[in-house]
Design a protein around this ligand. Sequence first.
Ligand SMILES: C[S@@+](CC[C@H](N)C(=O)[O-])C[C@H]1O[C@@H](n2cnc3c(N)ncnc32)[C@H](O)[C@@H]1O
Length: 217
Amino acid sequence: MTVKGYNKFKDSPDDHDFMTEEHIAGFLRNHKTGIDNFGRHTLAQIVAQYKGCTVVDAACGTCVNWDVFKRVGVDCNYIGIDRTQGMLAEAKKRYGDEITLQEGYVQELPLDDGEVDVVIMRHIVEHLQEGYEDAVREGLRVASKELVLVFFLDPSDDAEDVIQESQPDANGCTHFWNTYSWPKFTEFVAGLGVQMKVGHVATPGAAHADTIVRLIK
Ligand SMILES: C[S@@+](CC[C@H](N)C(=O)[O-])C[C@H]1O[C@@H](n2cnc3c(N)ncnc32)[C@H](O)[C@@H]1O
Protein backbone atom coordinates (compact mmCIF):
# COMPACT_ATOMS: atom_id res chain seq x y z
CA MET A 1 0.00 0.00 0.00
CA THR A 2 1.31 3.46 -0.82
CA VAL A 3 0.49 6.83 0.60
CA LYS A 4 1.00 9.92 -1.54
CA GLY A 5 0.39 11.88 1.61
CA TYR A 6 -2.07 14.48 2.74
CA ASN A 7 0.22 16.11 5.20
CA LYS A 8 -1.85 18.96 6.47
CA PHE A 9 -3.22 17.14 9.54
CA LYS A 10 -1.20 13.96 9.40
CA ASP A 11 0.77 14.64 12.54
CA SER A 12 -2.35 14.98 14.68
CA PRO A 13 -3.25 11.80 16.55
CA ASP A 14 -6.44 10.24 15.18
CA ASP A 15 -8.89 8.29 17.31
CA HIS A 16 -9.32 5.59 14.62
CA ASP A 17 -5.68 4.58 15.15
CA PHE A 18 -6.43 3.69 18.78
CA MET A 19 -9.45 1.47 18.11
CA THR A 20 -9.11 -2.20 19.13
CA GLU A 21 -9.39 -4.95 16.52
CA GLU A 22 -12.67 -5.98 18.11
CA HIS A 23 -14.08 -2.46 17.86
CA ILE A 24 -12.99 -2.18 14.23
CA ALA A 25 -14.54 -5.56 13.40
CA GLY A 26 -17.94 -4.27 14.54
CA PHE A 27 -17.49 -0.68 13.35
CA LEU A 28 -20.65 0.61 11.65
CA ARG A 29 -22.12 -2.85 11.44
CA ASN A 30 -24.79 -2.68 14.16
CA HIS A 31 -27.65 -0.41 15.31
CA LYS A 32 -28.95 -0.13 11.71
CA THR A 33 -25.64 1.33 10.50
CA GLY A 34 -24.53 -1.81 8.65
CA ILE A 35 -25.83 -3.87 5.77
CA ASP A 36 -29.40 -3.12 6.87
CA ASN A 37 -28.95 0.64 6.48
CA PHE A 38 -31.25 2.07 3.80
CA GLY A 39 -28.78 4.82 2.89
CA ARG A 40 -26.22 2.20 1.92
CA HIS A 41 -28.84 0.49 -0.26
CA THR A 42 -29.57 3.80 -1.96
CA LEU A 43 -25.85 4.05 -2.74
CA ALA A 44 -26.05 0.57 -4.27
CA GLN A 45 -28.89 1.70 -6.52
CA ILE A 46 -26.89 4.75 -7.64
CA VAL A 47 -23.76 2.71 -8.43
CA ALA A 48 -25.82 0.01 -10.19
CA GLN A 49 -26.88 2.59 -12.80
CA TYR A 50 -23.31 2.48 -14.14
CA LYS A 51 -23.04 -1.20 -15.03
CA GLY A 52 -19.45 -2.47 -14.77
CA CYS A 53 -18.19 0.83 -13.38
CA THR A 54 -15.21 1.44 -11.14
CA VAL A 55 -16.26 2.99 -7.85
CA VAL A 56 -14.03 4.45 -5.18
CA ASP A 57 -15.35 4.40 -1.64
CA ALA A 58 -13.26 7.18 -0.10
CA ALA A 59 -12.96 6.86 3.71
CA CYS A 60 -14.35 3.36 3.27
CA GLY A 61 -13.91 2.15 6.86
CA THR A 62 -14.17 -1.65 6.72
CA CYS A 63 -16.04 -1.54 3.38
CA VAL A 64 -19.57 -2.16 4.61
CA ASN A 65 -20.77 -0.51 1.40
CA TRP A 66 -19.06 -3.23 -0.63
CA ASP A 67 -20.85 -5.85 1.48
CA VAL A 68 -24.18 -4.29 0.47
CA PHE A 69 -23.20 -3.92 -3.20
CA LYS A 70 -22.21 -7.58 -3.32
CA ARG A 71 -25.37 -8.80 -1.62
CA VAL A 72 -27.67 -6.91 -4.01
CA GLY A 73 -25.61 -7.84 -7.06
CA VAL A 74 -24.16 -4.49 -8.10
CA ASP A 75 -21.83 -5.03 -11.07
CA CYS A 76 -18.79 -2.85 -10.27
CA ASN A 77 -15.09 -2.82 -9.49
CA TYR A 78 -14.74 -1.53 -5.94
CA ILE A 79 -11.74 0.37 -4.59
CA GLY A 80 -11.73 1.20 -0.89
CA ILE A 81 -9.49 4.02 0.34
CA ASP A 82 -9.05 4.96 3.99
CA ARG A 83 -6.42 6.67 6.15
CA THR A 84 -6.56 4.00 8.88
CA GLN A 85 -4.55 0.82 8.40
CA GLY A 86 -6.67 -1.11 10.92
CA MET A 87 -9.82 -0.47 8.85
CA LEU A 88 -8.12 -1.66 5.67
CA ALA A 89 -6.77 -4.75 7.44
CA GLU A 90 -10.27 -5.71 8.59
CA ALA A 91 -11.65 -5.15 5.07
CA LYS A 92 -8.87 -7.31 3.64
CA LYS A 93 -9.67 -10.06 6.14
CA ARG A 94 -13.34 -10.00 5.19
CA TYR A 95 -13.23 -9.49 1.44
CA GLY A 96 -9.74 -10.55 0.33
CA ASP A 97 -9.11 -10.10 -3.38
CA GLU A 98 -12.73 -9.23 -4.23
CA ILE A 99 -11.82 -5.58 -3.82
CA THR A 100 -8.84 -3.24 -4.11
CA LEU A 101 -7.70 -1.43 -0.98
CA GLN A 102 -5.45 1.59 -0.74
CA GLU A 103 -4.28 3.80 2.06
CA GLY A 104 -5.01 7.46 1.42
CA TYR A 105 -6.79 10.64 2.33
CA VAL A 106 -10.05 11.95 0.91
CA GLN A 107 -8.34 15.29 0.45
CA GLU A 108 -5.61 13.73 -1.72
CA LEU A 109 -6.78 10.54 -3.38
CA PRO A 110 -3.99 8.36 -4.83
CA LEU A 111 -5.63 8.35 -8.27
CA ASP A 112 -5.28 10.18 -11.58
CA ASP A 113 -7.76 12.70 -12.97
CA GLY A 114 -10.94 10.94 -14.15
CA GLU A 115 -9.43 7.53 -13.38
CA VAL A 116 -12.64 6.09 -11.92
CA ASP A 117 -16.33 6.47 -12.69
CA VAL A 118 -17.90 7.14 -9.31
CA VAL A 119 -16.55 8.34 -5.95
CA ILE A 120 -18.49 7.89 -2.73
CA MET A 121 -17.77 9.85 0.45
CA ARG A 122 -20.09 8.55 3.17
CA HIS A 123 -20.09 9.95 6.70
CA ILE A 124 -16.74 11.65 6.38
CA VAL A 125 -17.02 15.32 5.41
CA GLU A 126 -18.56 16.29 8.78
CA HIS A 127 -15.40 14.90 10.43
CA LEU A 128 -12.96 17.05 8.46
CA GLN A 129 -11.27 19.79 10.44
CA GLU A 130 -10.92 22.06 7.42
CA GLY A 131 -14.42 21.55 6.02
CA TYR A 132 -15.59 19.78 2.85
CA GLU A 133 -14.19 21.89 0.01
CA ASP A 134 -10.83 20.11 -0.55
CA ALA A 135 -12.45 16.68 -0.37
CA VAL A 136 -15.27 17.57 -2.77
CA ARG A 137 -12.87 19.05 -5.34
CA GLU A 138 -10.68 15.96 -5.01
CA GLY A 139 -13.59 13.57 -5.47
CA LEU A 140 -14.68 15.41 -8.60
CA ARG A 141 -11.11 15.41 -9.91
CA VAL A 142 -10.87 11.62 -9.94
CA ALA A 143 -14.51 10.78 -10.81
CA SER A 144 -15.45 10.88 -14.47
CA LYS A 145 -19.20 10.52 -13.79
CA GLU A 146 -20.18 11.56 -10.30
CA LEU A 147 -19.32 12.12 -6.67
CA VAL A 148 -21.83 11.00 -4.07
CA LEU A 149 -21.66 12.67 -0.66
CA VAL A 150 -23.58 11.19 2.25
CA PHE A 151 -24.08 13.53 5.20
CA PHE A 152 -25.16 12.04 8.53
CA LEU A 153 -25.73 15.47 10.06
CA ASP A 154 -28.38 17.38 8.13
CA PRO A 155 -26.97 20.59 6.71
CA SER A 156 -28.59 23.62 8.36
CA ASP A 157 -30.36 26.71 7.03
CA ASP A 158 -27.81 28.89 8.84
CA ALA A 159 -25.55 31.21 6.89
CA GLU A 160 -22.38 29.81 8.49
CA ASP A 161 -20.91 26.36 9.08
CA VAL A 162 -20.59 25.13 12.65
CA ILE A 163 -17.20 23.49 13.12
CA GLN A 164 -17.47 21.50 16.33
CA GLU A 165 -14.43 19.86 17.93
CA SER A 166 -14.66 17.46 20.88
CA GLN A 167 -12.53 17.64 24.01
CA PRO A 168 -9.33 15.54 23.75
CA ASP A 169 -9.79 11.91 24.76
CA ALA A 170 -7.28 9.84 26.80
CA ASN A 171 -4.99 9.57 23.75
CA GLY A 172 -5.08 13.29 23.06
CA CYS A 173 -7.35 12.84 20.05
CA THR A 174 -10.20 15.15 19.24
CA HIS A 175 -12.81 14.63 16.58
CA PHE A 176 -15.02 16.92 14.54
CA TRP A 177 -18.80 16.85 14.07
CA ASN A 178 -19.42 19.73 11.74
CA THR A 179 -22.84 20.95 10.72
CA TYR A 180 -22.59 22.64 7.38
CA SER A 181 -24.57 25.57 6.09
CA TRP A 182 -26.78 24.50 3.17
CA PRO A 183 -26.79 28.01 1.62
CA LYS A 184 -22.97 28.03 1.68
CA PHE A 185 -22.75 24.48 0.35
CA THR A 186 -25.10 25.13 -2.57
CA GLU A 187 -23.18 28.32 -3.43
CA PHE A 188 -19.95 26.30 -3.45
CA VAL A 189 -21.49 23.59 -5.64
CA ALA A 190 -22.85 26.21 -8.06
CA GLY A 191 -19.24 27.07 -8.90
CA LEU A 192 -18.28 23.48 -9.72
CA GLY A 193 -20.15 23.02 -12.99
CA VAL A 194 -21.99 19.89 -11.89
CA GLN A 195 -25.63 18.91 -11.64
CA MET A 196 -26.83 18.33 -8.06
CA LYS A 197 -29.46 15.80 -7.01
CA VAL A 198 -30.42 15.54 -3.35
CA GLY A 199 -32.24 12.83 -1.42
CA HIS A 200 -33.00 12.10 2.21
CA VAL A 201 -33.06 8.52 3.45
CA ALA A 202 -34.06 7.54 6.97
CA THR A 203 -33.53 4.05 8.38
CA PRO A 204 -35.98 3.28 11.21
CA GLY A 205 -33.95 2.60 14.37
CA ALA A 206 -30.76 4.29 13.17
CA ALA A 207 -29.35 7.23 15.09
CA HIS A 208 -28.92 9.33 11.94
CA ALA A 209 -30.69 9.78 8.62
CA ASP A 210 -28.69 10.29 5.45
CA THR A 211 -28.72 13.33 3.22
CA ILE A 212 -27.42 12.01 -0.09
CA VAL A 213 -26.02 14.60 -2.46
CA ARG A 214 -25.13 13.48 -5.96
CA LEU A 215 -22.78 15.79 -7.86
CA ILE A 216 -23.09 14.64 -11.46
CA LYS A 217 -20.75 15.66 -14.26
C1 LIG B 1 -17.47 7.37 10.20
S1 LIG B 1 -16.35 6.31 9.37
C2 LIG B 1 -17.20 6.03 7.85
C3 LIG B 1 -16.78 4.76 7.16
C4 LIG B 1 -17.52 4.43 5.85
N1 LIG B 1 -17.54 5.55 4.95
C5 LIG B 1 -18.91 3.95 6.11
O1 LIG B 1 -19.83 4.72 5.92
O2 LIG B 1 -19.07 2.78 6.51
C6 LIG B 1 -15.04 7.41 8.92
C7 LIG B 1 -13.86 6.71 8.27
O3 LIG B 1 -13.06 7.73 7.67
C8 LIG B 1 -11.69 7.44 7.87
N2 LIG B 1 -11.02 8.75 7.74
C9 LIG B 1 -11.00 9.77 8.62
N3 LIG B 1 -10.40 10.84 8.09
C10 LIG B 1 -10.04 10.48 6.84
C11 LIG B 1 -9.39 11.16 5.77
N4 LIG B 1 -9.03 12.44 5.89
N5 LIG B 1 -9.16 10.49 4.62
C12 LIG B 1 -9.52 9.19 4.50
N6 LIG B 1 -10.13 8.50 5.47
C13 LIG B 1 -10.41 9.14 6.62
C14 LIG B 1 -11.62 6.75 9.19
O4 LIG B 1 -10.47 5.94 9.29
C15 LIG B 1 -12.92 5.94 9.16
O5 LIG B 1 -12.70 4.68 8.61
